[in-house]
Design a protein around this ligand. Structure first.
Ligand SMILES: Cc1cc2nc3c(=O)[nH]c(=O)nc-3n(C[C@H](O)[C@H](O)[C@H](O)COP(=O)(O)O)c2cc1C
Length: 195
């Protein structure tokens, strides 16, 4: 009798535990998918800020290529390449890695740059974010020849790009990463757009 009771209680407990675990797993899966969906929507809206939908007619979000762990979105119109939008990392921010989205038109000029994520200090390094200041717009229409190589530095280092007030390390890291991405693009343009 007692054994039967214990078995029944154990079974019930097991059932509740299983139910609890399943609910947690399900809600985790749902939250995870929701976060992924939100990040995807945010990225797509940033992509379209840089390259407006009128300028391409392909499935930009899925016309991608992985190069050295970074993703390249290719914009095309009537099958002709229009722009490459590449993720890149500036590894040497004041407080670690700064993730960037860099849009380059087919000829190799920058359409623009946006910061995807960073841990720079609020009020100092975070002015690289467009919602904090216009500093990041300084890259619009720049290229490997505008300015020339020697001037692809912050002013403090003898270059052409403004630093931020009280914060030189962050912009220095971003300028360096954008320049490196332009060089990579120039050397690998055909590869970037290959199907
Ligand atoms: C608490 C603290 C946080 C800082 N955060 C940043 C930052 O996010 N980015 C940055 O470039 N410099 C930051 N700095 C300043 C750097 O240490 C460095 O002094 C500065 O980048 C050099 O620029 P400056 O020559 O224009 O002062 C911070 C300094 C302190 C004390």
């Amino acid at each position: 009798m007692i054994i039967k009771h214990i078995t029944k209680t154990s079974l019930l407990l097991g059932l509740f535990a299983l139910l609890g675990c399943s609910l947690v797993a399900l809600s985790f899966q749902f939250t995870f998918e929701q976060i992924e969906e939100n990040e995807r929507a945010k990225l797509l809206s940033t992509l379209n800020q840089l390259v407006p939908t009128s300028q391409y007619d392909n499935d930009l979000f899925n016309d991608t290529r992985m190069i050295k762990n970074e993703i390249v979105y290719r914009a095309r119109k009537a099958k002709k390449p229009v722009a490459a939008i590449m993720t890149a990392v500036a590894p040497d921010g004041y407080n670690g890695r700064i993730r960037l989205l860099i849009a380059i038109n087919y000829k190799g000029s920058l359409i623009g740059v946006r910061v995807l994520s960073h841990q720079e200090t609020p009020g100092l390094g975070d002015k690289i974010e467009l919602r904090r200041s216009n500093w990041i717009l300084t890259f619009n229409e720049r290229s490997l020849t505008n300015p020339n190589q020697a001037a692809w530095k912050v002013k403090r280092d003898g270059g052409e790009f403004d630093q931020l007030t009280g914060a030189t390390i962050t912009p220095r890291a971003v300028v360096k990463a954008v320049y490196k991405t332009l060089v990579f693009y120039q050397q690998n343009r055909d590869f970037v757009f290959a199907i």
